[in-house]
Design a protein. Sequence first.
Lengths: 609, 380
Amino acid sequence: MEKATDHAHRLQTIANTRNFCIIAHIDHGKTTLSDRLLEMTKTIESRVLEEQQLDAMDLERERGITIRMHPVTLRYPALDGEIYRLNLIDTPGHVDFSYEVSRSLAACEGALLIIDAAQGIEAQTLANYHLALEHNLTIIPVINKIDLPAADPERVMAEIEELLVIERSECILASAKNGIGIENILEAIVARIPAPQGHTDLVRGLVFNAQFDPYRGVVSYVRVVDGAIESGTKFMSMAHERVYECTEVGLFAPQMRPTKRLSIGDVGYVIANVKSLGDIDVGDTITAANNPAHVALPGYRKAVPMVFCGLYPNEGAAYDALRDALEKLKLNDAALVFEPETSIALGFGFRCGFLGLLHMEIVQERLERDYTLDLIATSPSVVFRVTRTDGTVELVDNPSKLPPANLIAQLEEPYVKATIISPPDYVGAIMEIIQVRRGTLLNMEYLHDGRVILSYEMPLIEVIVDLFDQLKSRTKGYASLDYEPIGYRQGDLVKLEILLNGEAVDALSFIVARDKASNRGRLLAEKLKELIPRQMFEVPIQAAIGGKIVARETVSAMRKNVLAKCYGGDISRKRKLLEKQKAGKERMRRVGRVELPQEAFMAVLQLES
Amino acid sequence: MGDEALGGVYVHLPFCPYICPYCDFAKWPLRRSDAARYLSALHREIAESEPRLAENIFLGGGTPNAYDAAAIVELVARLTERFPEVDSQREITIEINPDAVRAGDIDAYARAGINRLSIGVQSFREEETRALGRRHSNADVERCVRDARKSGIRSLSVDLIFALPGQSEADWIESLDAAIALGVEHCSTYGLTIEPGTRFERLYARTPERFAEEDHEARLYEIAMDRLGAAGFEQYEISNFARPGHRSRHNGNYWRNGSYLGLGVGAASYLEGERSTATRLLAEYMEAVERGEPVPRERERLEGLARLGEAMMLALRTAQGVDASAFKQRYGIDPLVTYASTIAGFIEAGVLERSDEHLRLTRRGRLLANTVCGAFVTLE
């Protein structure tokens, strides 16, 4: 039996707990504000903070994004004299990880919505806001960077009123960089965000993030919704219906600190000898094994890869190393999928699936940096849905596996709803960019400051090929983009094949809208001509659709490659020059008699439309 | 005295009255004090070398005739004393820059035993000569030839560079014809190579369009083969043409994979199967010699396939090519077996030809020698 004083203490603890996250468009100051909150509550000294920042993964720092950080508990003595526990749950900052974002939001009661005082609302601000609303979160709008010369908080407040339907009086003006408004933010968290509530007669915890630790197995980050999770008891993963013995639970204070139990409203970690993220993953509900809940917490789904590409080791010998590296990455990345694949051009490799383009780039970079693998990646593709003439339906994630046209009754491709916010000057350019990418305009709205919100439906493949880059360059970086999948649509699509020296190169084929196919084929042939070095033989490059040649270019035969000089008998030097040349050649891929540089396999991404 | 004769002795004289914008050899602008100190170091290095017979001697640079004739005469005397000739066919060559040749120099060379001159002409067209940073005139070149003939030197070579910025086919033919008309016995033609760290490299980075394109360069090379061939020169190596009996014996030794001793800064040696290159730092070279220490060298020793591959790279440059049975005997590996598929591919591509045991580059193969030879070198 619990003692009355303990019970009262626990109720007090719950009443004084706030779970919140920070959501923002990229570069609006999420990380700086988090740091300021940690400092202000003396959770971390600023010196430690700096070191911690330095420890962060290179990749994330270089890209100016935080992929995921562990949660932190802040201890805040509020103006009302009470001490509050504020659990800050980090959210990934990119559209690829929107499912992970949604799980983090589901673990909170409130959210700080950061908006840059100079830039105003951007596409991700809107996307995050709608996501937060879906989860019934209390939203505290924070207008950040008010000390910038270009800051215009009035305008931003007008936008917030108009677009988010939040009264301007609710906005907090802040500069995380200069420590302005931080106390107001902490007070608003205490005052506006409700304390957690839950049932005591059952146990349910939401796994909103999970990391793999090579020594301890999976560390699940859990928000306890109902009941309590205690170390030494058995719990069950409801998504995977597996039972584990909990070996340790604890809080983030800010480092992992073991406790006896996690109770309603707590945000902490659970360790239980789970071997892989495939066994317990983000969105999972854990419940007591001896008294399991009947219904899991809502919102779980398996990570669905949206973007696929082939990854091949540049040297055949590295195949095993690549498989090992993928398996290791998979331990910490449930969204990554891969299976062996063989290409005539590239040999043995893996078809890998990712949440999106950024996820793909991160995985590739990790394989290359952390595992020092030398990789060739094929152009990214999406998953096409093929209905054969005999009625069978199959999903095709590799263009070279598409059945012949005469066996296809229907070919569908994934679509997204894309939202773009831009200054009005670039609307023409954006419409042009989207139109050639088969987008349909759904809606167009003007904001207070004259900016425009455009929403489109368009094929996902058109987004992943080069939409981000194109928008960035054609709008000088002013337009922001966000998108969400909306299912499959039928498309008039064909497979474009590239033939080198008369032989089809499987890794260079791709699926494209019929009316754009000839043009893409011509552009790709031209690009390949640029990329393929002259060889001993003339190399014809052909683009073909269903066996019909739609474009042709020729790389003429090499004429001269001779080092005339003798270097005064310095034979070693001469030989080393040839060795270097040979090493360069060996990095190339042989397809029939043709030697192809690695870049050729990504050429389709570099076509100017 | 060492038991086996050296194929050659190379002596590097690194000083130049001025620096040419395309050159990346070990060289320094001439300063009297450095030059004198260097010469003393060289004398000491010679004196401390193991006495051996040597087939040929080559004085290269830099600009060897930046030294006055007396210094050259003295140097040759020391060399011939330390490295006596194997037979009366010995070739002693000096590279000369025609504008640094003074009256009586060549006569003094001849009396010291030098019997071959390699004249750094580069071009017979004045605007090209100037663009290359050279200061001689055609008259200087002609004077060298006259002096040489008067002194009884029977083997003369000129160096020419093609694929110069703006050089047309007609321009190149003009230089080739002038070399032929001069009556020299040997001609080396080099396509301009843009070397790292040279002024030409910077020029190329700024205005690559001024430099020759691959196809044009190929045509110029073909013109050289045709023009010199028609004039009675035999192309006995990728860059070298000679009238009968006038091939460079010293360079031939390199391509035969023969042994040689290099003396001086940056000089390369190949002794008892070890390749080594002396330091390219002038001060480091001189200080080591002065302290009586060995000259710092980068060394490597190739074995097995790597050694065979290098020998292929060298021999394929020559008209004679690779004699497979001789290779098999010398290196213990049969190249026709080891490289069978590579060779077959090259023969199919028309860049190699085979008759019995011999492999040679075809005419097209000579234009693509790097690609062909590069296939035989071994990567670690």
